[in-house]
Design a protein around this ligand. Sequence first.
Ligand code: HAM
Length: 420
Amino acid sequence: MATKYSIPRGTYDILPDISYRRIYVEQMFYKIAATFNFKQIVTPIFERSDVFERSVGDTSDIVQKEMYRFTDKKGRKFALRPEGTASVVRSYVENNLGMAGGATRLCYSGPMFRYDRPQKGRYRQFYQYGVEYLGSDDPMVDAEIIALGHRYLTALGLKNFKLEINSIGSANCAKDYDAALVDYFTPHLDAMCRDCRQRIDKNPKRLLDCKVASCKAIAKDAPNMLEYLDDDCKTHFTAVQRYLAQMGIPFSVNPTIVRGLDYYNKTAFEFIDTNLGAQNTLIGGGRYNGLVAQFGGKDVPGIGFAGGFERLMLSMETEGCFFGEEPRPQIYFVALGNAAKVAAAGILYRLRSQGISAEYNVEKTSMKAQMKAADKSGAKGVLILGDDELKDNVVVLKWLETGKQKRIKIDNIAEELHPE
Ligand code: HAM
């Protein structure tokens, strides 16, 4: 018996009946990004594993547990990319994209890979869209990046999302805050999970982010980051809020947002759909000043975000959003008899060359079967060619909605279908 194959756990096929929806949301992303003058960058789906290890950070879940690592034939260590920022920054430095000075605005989309327990809205191969802005620490840029995320969700017709922002400070304020967190959490450690116990020394802020219920209960009363911000971070965060207010973008400050990746500082934000269940972050992002320098470039500040298409589309389904028109052929060709079939080959090719989408089913020969298939295809019109028509160099054009029909010259079909 032939072996039956099945798809790897945590992955999925995008089947043809809904692939147009994915195309719609992806195209809308690039359209909105372009209005903010972002240009697309495409990087490989695998990189040297240290590209992620050093930037995403060795205390992150991604690096500790979720990376798909492999060694190639020459023993080099690679990983399937778990996210896009590290690759984009690697490329920015390697290709001197900042050479001309000023801002570099980059956007991307594509598959990412994380080994995690699959659930609704969480996959092992998932698809992210994202933007990265390199070259400024101005808080107006933070607001613009957030505005881009807001604009995208709004353009897709989503309404039930909220924006939460925070400042997680810089290395300068982190020292005092981390010490305060260690003081606070240490007496509770016995009641906390293994991850938290391990992380307290390396990155105590991650304890604020733990999803385990008992840890969450303890973290609830932990010291508030915002009270530890230095003057620079405080001024920056106040300015970001002022710019957002100016843009009319509603937000709330949530001091528990820390984000799960180590490269963040200053502004951190999330767009959340509260109807989605556990995996409810539509978009997550923040500032990562210092990351470019870590990759060997100049000390260029950066900020960006990324979101998963899967959750986005789940939200859109829940809210009944428009997903673009389902593609269907403009015309369905019905050929009766062998001579008509041969002629159809030439006519169809010419029509398609003129940009008209046309369907013809070689397996169906009778008028009845072909007309039934035409109805099913969703085509607007049918072109019928039999021996009589062929003799006169015409076809019958029948509009399926009205039932109206007329004979038209074969040479005039395109004109008739595209009157402009
Ligand atoms: P992240 O929070 O790890 O950040 O992921 C961003 C978004 O990707 C999440 O909010 C979620 O929508 C989606 N996502 C993440 N993991 C999965 C998964 N397993 N299945 C489905 N969707 C998922 C980053 O990746 C950063 N690179 C964002 C960023 C860009 N920060 C600055 N620039």
